[in-house]
Design a binder for this molecule. Structure first.
Ligand code: B12
Ligand code: SF4
Length: 424
């Protein structure tokens, strides 16, 4: 960053892991006379903490409060705190994608068409962030489709917490995307996977890999965390259903819930490998401030410290019930090592029915974790986007799950212009 600049206005989005850095920058620019605005998840969780480093803080989603602040600023009377109350994505201006340096990203086409999630899990940021208004809402289907149309190439990554959360919206979106020639990845729940019909529509519109919040194999943990939507669901059936439709699975697992003991790591990895899950994301349970989990831990005096940069789901920041913090951290890293060793990757691949599926499994799992130094080099050489065709080839199963229509090779300059499509 060029810290010798002299901006009038500094605007920073603060996540928990970046809070220290954000506050340092905010203090620095305030000293230099800039007007500093802080917003985002962490600011919303701990407004008093953030307010000490800002001229104005913003609580909740920004779509309504940012324009309100700009109007007040122009009028010469900006407020100290803006709290979002109007929850809608109607009329949101076009995203300035021309500002994105696409060549730096493997996945330049990230997109969000909803906010929040219909569920309420104790460990999730969501309830605290959306307090005071709706906590789940979507774009109009036509607006979402228009945004997708503006994106060049094939690949899309939906960052929505739960793209399938509103079945009517999701169905209309997938119907609209059919034939657009997309290959896409997203996140969904076990419940939504098992729902008849919706997944098929998603696949027909290009879904090829899904992040699934399994979180734990222990129903007592699910009950503790109020993650009722996963209770009594057949995880194995959900995976079989995804695989049968050619969708790869990124399983998400949380270690350290109160019913976990030191056997949880091996059991979880063994199960994930036996099911042929292609990639896994492991987390150490982390009580984010303002969540129900945080309040429970605080009431039980189990929080170890408030060093927010360590609240990154890789460090233990609370006293676990049945294991020591050291065992929990060690087990977390071991789970990654065990899941991504070649023998596990090959075993997982073998759980698949055909050779194209097995090859895709090995290429995807191995490509992420076994080639980390290569990825490092590619990112440093600013060539990440050149690997996108490789990702697309693997997602499409080397042609066995190809997108159902091809787009022309639109170039970056065309973003924001009407799409040029070539039907094949
Ligand atoms: C995509 C994603 C990632 C991606 C990309 C992250 C990126 N830098 O873009 C990847 C996979 C890399 C990632 C990594 C991590 N992530 Co992440 N990620 C997300 C995810 C799913 C979506 C983020 C997003 O784009 N949301 C959509 C936008 C529109 O929403 P938004 O960012 O909240 O912005 C809105 C408001 O907050 C507000 N706003 C924000 N800033 C400001 C500023 C002003 C002035 C105003 C007015 C308004 C405003 O307005 C915006 C529009 O409404 C979120 C979950 C979520 N739904 O937010 C987790 C999430 C942000 N990640 C989280 C975490 C913990 C991590 C990791 C530490 C995980 C790990 N163990 O590695 C790393 C940290 C990476 C890093 N160094 O930053 C946590 C953060 C918790 C917290 N309280 O801060 C979240 C919330 C998930 C969770 N566990 O609950 N992540
Ligand atoms: S299902 Fe996922 S996004 Fe929704 S509340 Fe639970 S953890 Fe949060």
């Amino acid at each position: 960053m060029d810290l010798d600049d002299t901006p009038d206005l500094v605007v920073i989005q603060v996540y928990i892991t970046s809070a220290d850095r954000a506050y340092t920058l905010a203090d620095y620019y305030r000293q230099r006379g800039a007007y500093v605005c802080l917003g985002g998840l962490h600011v919303t969780s701990l407004p008093d903490e953030a307010a000490a480093h800002a001229d104005t803080i913003f609580l909740g989603p920004g779509e309504d409060i940012w324009p309100a602040f700009l109007a007040d600023l122009r009028a010469g009377r900006p407020g100290a705190i803006y709290r979002s109350e109007v929850r809608t994505l109607a009329g949101v201006p076009r995203i300035r994608r021309d500002l994105i340096k696409r060549h730096l990203y493997l996945v330049p086409n990230s997109i969000v068409v909803s906010r929040g999630c219909p569920h309420v899990c104790d460990f999730c940021y969501k309830e605290a962030f959306f307090r005071g208004g709706k906590s789940f809402y979507t774009q109009a289907v036509d607006d979402a489709l228009a945004e997708i149309e503006r994106l060049p190439g094939h690949h899309l990554y939906f960052l929505d917490d739960h793209l399938f959360g509103n079945a009517r919206f999701a169905e209309a979106l997938f119907d609209g995307m059919r034939g657009m020639g997309r290959l896409w990845q997203a996140a969904g729940t076990v419940k939504s996977i098992l729902q008849p019909g919706l997944l098929e529509k998603a696949v027909a519109s290009g879904l090829r890999s899904l992040f699934v919040g399994f979180e734990t194999l222990n129903p007592a943990n699910l009950r503790d965390q109020h993650k009722y939507q996963n209770l009594n669901r057949d995880y194995n059936a959900a995976i079989r259903r995804l695989h049968a439709l050619g969708v790869m699975v990124n399983g998400s697992f949380v270690f350290g819930m109160d019913s976990d003991d030191e056997t949880v790591f091996d059991r979880t990895v063994e199960w994930a490998v036996s099911q042929g899950i292609e990639t896994a994301t492991f987390h150490i349970l982390t009580p984010y401030p303002s969540t129900a989990l945080y309040q429970r831990m605080a009431a039980q005096s189990r929080l170890l410290h408030s060093r927010w940069d360590l609240y990154d789901t890789r460090h233990v920041v609370y006293q676990p019930a049945h294991i020591s913090p050291a065992t929990l951290e060690e087990g977390y890293w071991r789970a990654y090592r065990d899941f991504y060793r070649w023998s596990s990757i090959l075993k997982g691949a073998w759980a698949k029915d055909g050779w194209p599926e097995r090859l895709r499994h090995v290429a995807y799992a191995g490509g992420w974790k076994k080639l980390e130094p290569l990825w490092d080099g590619i990112i440093r050489a600013k060539r990440a986007t050149q690997m996108l065709p490789v990702l697309e080839t693997v997602l499409s199963g080397f042609g066995t799950h190809a997108p159902n229509r091809k787009l022309s090779n639109r170039h970056d300059e065309n973003i924001g212009e009407p799409p040029l499509e070539v039907l094949v």
